[in-house]
Write a protein that binds this ligand. Structure first.
Ligand SMILES: Cc1cc2nc3c(=O)[nH]c(=O)nc-3n(C[C@H](O)[C@H](O)[C@H](O)COP(=O)(O)O)c2cc1C
Length: 202
């Protein structure tokens, strides 16, 4: 089994989503000892925002710029790694109600018509149907279903929707929220998330 492990928090070793995503990967490795892991730290080594030059290069104009060339290779590697993996583990904090921009930049490279989805007369269809995903989600406030701020939740719902659009319907969320409320709430949220990880069976 190949696992693609992505992190996107800017908080390094203090990050809760990184802590949770690495625990999810450890749990999957314990369940599937033959697993291989590909790791991408999207915060440390992000892709560039898409630009007109990227589109021109994709349409055959090529690249005369070393930074663009390197970035185009990175995007190709992102796609290849995803296509080859069976499970994707995504560590994502909530930033300004949604996902961090380097994770969006990754999404902009792997959401490609003809590769990960296509259009049919019945609407778009995802092509990654054989994959599973885990989202390791962290956030300062509380946005889960039923909470007063639930309508502002555009982090997990966006990612689940995007993965579903690409055909990945088997997505599980491991969440630690309310981390900025106080130390007690934070510790309890992390402990509960670690319990949820220990309960992963497949
Ligand atoms: C730039 C930035 C934006 C943030 N925006 C939000 C937000 O909109 N809602 C929220 O609940 N927490 C927000 N937070 C708090 C983080 O979600 C919280 O600290 C979380 O634990 C960060 O994840 P990490 O520990 O994996 O880095 C923000 C933090 C940063 C640094």
């Amino acid at each position: 089994m190949q696992i693609l492990h992505l992190d996107s928090s800017i908080l390094g070793t203090a990050s809760v989503s990184r802590h949770l995503s690495s625990n999810i990967v450890d749990r999957l490795k314990a369940l599937h000892p033959d697993s291989q892991v590909i790791y991408r730290d999207l915060a440390l080594d992000p892709a560039l925002h898409l630009s007109a030059k990227h589109l021109a290069a994709w349409q055959g104009a090529g690249s005369d710029n070393a930074m663009l060339t390197e970035d185009l290779y990175k995007g190709t590697a992102y796609l290849q790694e995803l296509l080859e993996s069976h499970v994707v583990v995504i560590g994502t904090p909530m930033y300004n109600l949604t996902i961090p921009t380097p994770l969006k930049a990754w999404i902009d490279r792997i959401s490609l018509v003809g590769k990960t989805f296509h259009y049919t007369d019945k609407g778009p269809e995802g092509l990654l149907k054989d994959k599973q995903a885990y989202i390791a989600s962290s956030r300062g406030g509380v946005y889960s279903s039923g909470s007063p701020a639930a309508s502002l939740e555009h982090q997990e719902t966006y990612l689940i929707g995007l993965l579903g659009f690409l055909g990945i319907s088997d997505t599980k969320v491991i969440r630690a929220e309310g981390l900025a409320i106080n130390a007690q709430v934070k510790d309890a949220a992390i402990a509960k998330a670690l319990e949820d990880i220990a309960a992963i069976t497949g």
